[in-house]
Design a binder for this molecule. Structure first.
Ligand code: FE2
Ligand code: FE2
Length: 279
């Protein structure tokens, strides 16, 4: 790693207002690992934090998950969504708390990629669609940090996109010497997220770099491109990122499977208002 990057990484991991992994998550993780706790116990743990519980329930009830009946309790949310997703919701809500209303577009983009990732995961040999959804939700974590914490750099980046017509990643490299995928990974490292989640955060634009979770990374890579292609939300520039052929080969989607994904995206994102923010 170059000196410049090493320095930036340190800076990002030390950012004062960066959300640290909420203490709650650590407590819950320990409870889950110990296997002595029931789902209800974990629900009770979360419900001690009222703001957090309200956010989890609001998200669980958003059109994003598409449950036909209302999710009324945290226990129910945990059972329906699984622990990983609830953990992701807690993390995500703390990330998105950093965002103001002006970042609604990025939120919509992230929710869209989460939905598309889960749809693609169901068509390839990826048993855990929940994990795919979480990876999709968090893939552009670095952009959140850039927008919320590195506003001056972000201004220069936006200028390059708008005036020079650069892609957001090109502009990030021009201004910073690295891009949002590095920033996301550095934050994920300091949060000690599982490596399976780090791969799509770091490699969603260069899926050939993924070592631990190449299939999941390919899923998020394609989901990102499809959501950008449909013009859902705001990824930061008007361009659709380039599709990596190796990732497409790895996914091995038949025309029928691809059609199911496209149908799902049209149904959930294009034709419905499934992009409500959790405010
Ligand atoms: Fe990205
Ligand atoms: Fe993205």
């Amino acid at each position: 790693m170059s000196d410049q990057r090493a320095e930036a990484r340190k800076k990002i991991q030390l950012l004062k207002n960066l959300p640290t992994l909420p203490g709650m998550i650590e407590q819950i993780s320990r409870a889950v690992d110990s296997k002595r706790f029931t789902v209800a116990d974990i629900g009770n743990l979360i419900s001690r934090d009222q703001v957090l519980s309200a956010k989890v329930l609001k998200l669980a009830n958003s059109a994003f998950f598409g449950f036909s009946r209302k999710v009324g309790s945290l226990t129910q949310a945990l059972m329906l969504l699984g622990f990983d997703v609830v953990k992701g919701l807690i993390l995500t809500s703390s990330v998105f708390d950093m965002m103001k209303d002006r970042d609604q577009g990025l939120w919509e983009h992230s929710m869209g990629v989460a939905t598309a990732s889960s749809l693609i995961a169901q068509q390839v040999d990826l048993p855990d669609a929940e994990e795919a959804s979480l990876a999709g939700l968090l893939h552009d974590l670095g952009k959140v940090v850039l927008r919320a914490q590195m506003t001056e750099d972000m201004q220069s980046i936006v200028e390059l996109v708008e005036v020079e017509g650069m892609s957001i990643r090109q502009a990030e490299h021009e201004v910073l010497g690295f891009d949002h995928s590095h920033i996301g990974m550095w934050l994920a490292e300091s949060w000690k997220l599982p490596e399976e989640l780090m791969d799509p955060i770091r490699w969603h634009h260069q899926p050939e770099g993924a070592r631990k979770a190449p299939l999941l990374t390919a899923v998020v890579h394609l989901a990102d491109i499809m959501v950008r292609g449909y013009g859902h939300g705001d990824g930061g520039d008007p361009w659709v990122p380039e599709l990596d052929r190796g990732a497409l080969r790895l996914l091995n989607l038949t025309p029928q499977k691809l059609e199911r994904v496209v149908d799902g995206i049209c149904e959930k994102l294009v034709n419905s208002g499934a992009d409500m923010p959790p405010h």
